[in-house]
Ligand binder design. Structure first.
Ligand code: G1P
Length: 279
């Protein structure tokens, strides 16, 4: 059967950042491999993508990130050691992920911002719409995962989608912030977006969190996007070009989101998943 290029089949994971807020833990370990309970952040992201029907994972890594590739691969020594023992169940989830997904990798050679990281992944994505997951935004919902909700929305809107949530306005300088017009319950047609504005300049209290669906024209737009906030090439600025043509919607997702890029959020996530696990 020919490939349906309107379906979301690939998920891009920018995973090249240094994780400075978690030093010294992230000196030799990628921040995406830090575990919430026993599972690395990136595995949560991959499982979320899988739950949304996505099986091709495209990971943009950088120097010092080889542990990621080893994690999503069979460890024959470990398999040999653990097979048939009472500990085998510890491997169930990761084995499932490895069986169902295909992983491809590219390296972001220079750290020039999230927009640049996404552009680095073009070679893995090609000319089709795709999802983006920032693994340090850990999301959980008892029903449909956040990405599942967004994939369903994409089927109806066929344009780029950003996940948003309401934040205290004093936090606006930590996020991309959007403005727009209500399209339906929980869906906003974006008219403006600003990367990390001062609270006084924020166009609303709706912040983008690390879940996106992007149409592939974004790559050409990123190529044309000048460095913005912090001198980096921002995905928010590239998306603004699409938004000006009415081609971006923001989605107020259902579920919880933890900012695992901060120590506070990481601890909150750990407590939440610990309580939920009933250990
Ligand atoms: C990035 C984006 C920002 C978005 C945030 C979500 O920022 O640039 O627009 O709101 O992710 O987590 P970062 O957290 O990488 O600085």
């Amino acid at each position: 059967m020919p490939k349906d290029r309107t379906k979301i089949a690939k998920c891009l994971f920018p995973a090249a950042g240094y994780g400075t807020r978690f030093l010294p833990a992230t000196k030799a370990i990628p921040k995406e491999m830090l575990p919430v309970l026993t599972k690395p952040l990136l595995q949560y992201g991959v499982e979320e993508a899988l739950s949304a029907g996505i099986q091709t994972m495209a990971i943009v890594t950088g120097r010092g990130k080889r542990a990621i590739e080893d994690h999503f691969d069979i460890s024959y020594e470990l398999e040999h050691q653990i097979k048939g023992t009472s500990k085998e169940h510890y491997l169930t989830e990761i084995r499932d992920v490895i069986t169902k997904c295909t992983f491809s990798y590219t390296r972001q050679v220079e750290m020039k911002g999230l927009g640049h990281a996404i552009l680095s992944g073009e070679t893995l994505i090609g000319d089709e719409p795709f999802a983006v997951v920032l693994a340090d935004d850990l999301c959980h919902n008892g029903g449909d995962s956040v990405l599942t909700q967004m994939v369903k929305l994409y089927d109806r809107y066929k344009c780029s989608i950003v996940a948003v949530e309401e934040i205290p306005i004093e936090d606006s300088n930590k996020y991309g912030v959007i403005a727009g017009n209500a399209e339906e319950d929980g869906v906003i047609r974006v008219t403006d977006m600003v990367e990390k504005p001062d609270p006084k300049d924020a166009p609303s209290n709706l912040a983008i969190i690390g879940r996106y669906i992007l149409t592939p024209d974004i790559f050409d737009i990123i190529r044309e996007t000048k460095p913005g906030k912090g001198g980096e090439i921002q995905i928010t600025d590239a998306l603004l070009a699409q938004a000006k043509e009415g081609k971006v919607v923001a989605y107020k997702f259902k579920g919880k989101r933890f900012d695992c890029g901060s120590v506070d959020g990481f601890v909150e996530a750990t407590n939440y998943f610990y309580n939920k696990s009933g250990v």
